[in-house]
Design a protein around this ligand. Sequence first.
Ligand code: CA
Length: 417
Amino acid sequence: MQQKLTSWIPVPEHSDFSIYNLPYGIFSKDSHTPRIGMAIGEHIVDLKRVAEAGLFHDLHADLSVFDRTSLNDYISLGKEVTTEIRKRVQQELCDEHSSLKEMSSAIVQQSECKLHLPVKVGDYTDFYSSIEHATNVGKMFRDPENALLPNWKHLPVGYHGRASSIVVSGTPVQRPNGQLKPDDDKPPVYGPSQRLDFELEVGFIVGKENQLGNSIHVQQAEDHIFGLLLFNDWSARDIQKWEYRPLGPFLGKNFASSVSPWIVPLEALDPFRVQGPEQNPEVLPYLRTQGKKNYDINLEVDLQPQGQPEPTTISRTNYRYMYWNMVQQLVHHTSGGCNVRIGDIMASGTISGTDPQSYGSLLELSWSGSTTLKLKGGQERTFLEDGDRVTIKGFARKDDIRVGFGEVTSKILPAKI
Ligand code: CA
């Protein structure tokens, strides 16, 4: 068991941001330029100030990176350096005699800060790695008898998404207009999506590049993963259903994706590693992983209509059920020689469990609109309405150690007329 750590910054008992976590984000206070911080409890450690205090001076690294408006340059210092920096901050926060204690400007209240998109995202890829989700969607969109297509258990299916419309938690999401076909026997119409949905996902941030033409090997893949965040892959099911054949998702997905502001470094999730589900048939040798590559992360989705004082938790699931793990996703992505870059986001695909309360989208929770969800206060939903707020939360817990992601929350705005 990990040694018990206690920080001199008070951390509320159920805080996601324990001393074991120390996730990275980009924050700004007052009119200052955004910069890199680390969350602890209800505070943020200003890493620029910590660097100025000389804590990292012997690391032979470019310490001007803390002043940047994204984490990309920091991540590019390499895992050896960033792991050491995180370890030193952790030690300082546990040391009652730390000089940081006297530096009031190094520790700021989260409530006084604005959080920004943590990375500059060059490319975004979305996988489809939950067997429960892929089976449910296959049943609804295609053939209940053959829900999984023949390739599904042989490769982690994915598509290249849109990076430009990735926004940070708190940014409202506008209902998209698009081409819809509400009546099978009539021509399509153009208008606001009537089947707006969320997708509960976890994304990972690429932390190390590979050269174009070279693939990433399973043994090295974890070195290329910097950390994880929560990801809401907004989906317009009616646009998606009409457009998706034969090339897959396009405008039904590209109007927005929302991310949580804090990136939990992979090493903080080590205590929560678990074995993934058995893969049968056995995957090809280049995709075979050894050991625990899944993570036990509790996930939930809350839905709160406008004017309702309380949200309703409409889904509870876990990241551990993913059929394809992150290593396999990254290895497959680069297996043809495609280069990935620092800051790229690779999202898991909707994470659904086996029982209906664990489905990670309204498409599944309402079974394509055939049943309604009852919310606190008496309202009902099949898909999202204007003014609805969707919040995804996630945390891992083992013994006394809790490492959480905070949340990604967004409110739906009406479509532009
Ligand atoms: Ca998705």
